[in-house]
Design a protein around this ligand. Structure first.
Ligand code: ZN
Length: 291
């Protein structure tokens, strides 16, 4: 179908079978359609058009379970049990007692279902900012600034498989969420209070990656991670040196990749502090879904 005939044609939503016009639907990867209303049953933090109807169908079931989890485990809680950091329409609400958090955004507010993220799915978090490209009057350095949370996720934002994930609990759908705490600002580090709560949860003292690695190698779990990473790096370095001596370009590339993998493993092992929240999150899910 051509662009214009596609634009003006009515199509049926593959989930509710309603006939919908171009402005109230999205095309999925397998060229089926989802209507605006059915999209409200999906996560605010995925782009549905990157997936096919079977995938989204499973995702909608997952979200139904999350809504139940929220209704049973979060809705009845007293305000004092939630740490709320919201600026304007965006923010994050931590529920430490169940090891989970909720992300607030304008898109999320329009959804039919609530969604929670587990602390043990977090791989990393940091400040992010987007440089302002326009230079008009009143334009500050950044168009937005806030906190970025990266999950261990087997798929990337385009729906492709991500093989770089190892260890720890996975998030099945969301690789990354950005929470803009300020728009049009000169401050590169907005959302400091929410960041401080994350730092506390994850036992991270310093803001810099190198600083964190140095400071965090103190506990027994961390020592183990360090030891393993140390052994692996020595092996990888050895291969790098051997390939360099042989002037073996292919071997050199392999060895470099090996070093990269060692660095990734070390990073994941070092920062898998979320694991300490696994059992309370598991218990909350069990209460909500099994009882
Ligand atoms: Zn529909």
């Amino acid at each position: 179908m051509g662009f214009f005939s596609d634009l003006f044609s009515k199509q049926n939503c593959v989930f509710c079978e309603q006939q919908v016009g171009a402005l109230s639907r999205k095309k999925l990867k397998d060229k089926t359609y989802i209507c605006k209303e059915c999209e409200k049953n999906c996560s605010a933090y995925i782009d549905v058009s990157k997936f096919d109807n079977g995938f989204i169908s499973n995702h909608i079931e997952y979200m139904k379970k999350h809504n139940i989890l929220y209704e049973k485990e979060v809705a009845p809680l007293d305000k004092s049990k939630k740490e709320r950091f919201v600026s304007g329409w965006d923010g994050i609400i931590f529920v430490d007692s169940i090891g989970m958090f909720e992300v607030i955004s304008p898109k999320y507010n329009k959804k039919n279902v609530k969604e929670l993220f587990r602390y043990d799915q977090i791989q990393d978090f940091n400040y992010y900012n987007v440089e302002n490209t326009s230079t008009g009057e009143g334009q500050k350095k950044y168009s937005e600034s806030g906190i970025e949370i990266i999950f261990r996720c087997p798929i990337d934002e385009n729906g492709w498989t991500n093989n770089q994930v190892n260890g720890g609990r996975l998030h099945p759908y969301v690789p990354k969420i950005r929470i803009p705490f300020e728009k049009n600002t000169d401050d590169a580090n907005c959302g400091g209070l929410a960041k401080a709560h994350l730092n506390k949860l994850f036992g991270r003292a310093s803001e810099s990656l190198l600083g964190s690695i140095k400071e965090d190698f103190t506990g027994t779990g961390k020592e183990r991670a360090q030891f393993k990473a140390g052994v692996d790096s020595v092996k990888a370095l050895g291969n790098l040196a051997k390939a360099a001596i042989r002037k073996d370009a292919e071997g050199l590339d392999d060895a470099k990749n090996e070093m990269k993998n060692v660095a990734t493993d070390m990073f994941n092992a070092t920062f898998n502090f979320g694991a300490r929240y696994t059992s309370i999150a598991d218990e909350a899910e069990k209460r909500a879904w099994e009882e």
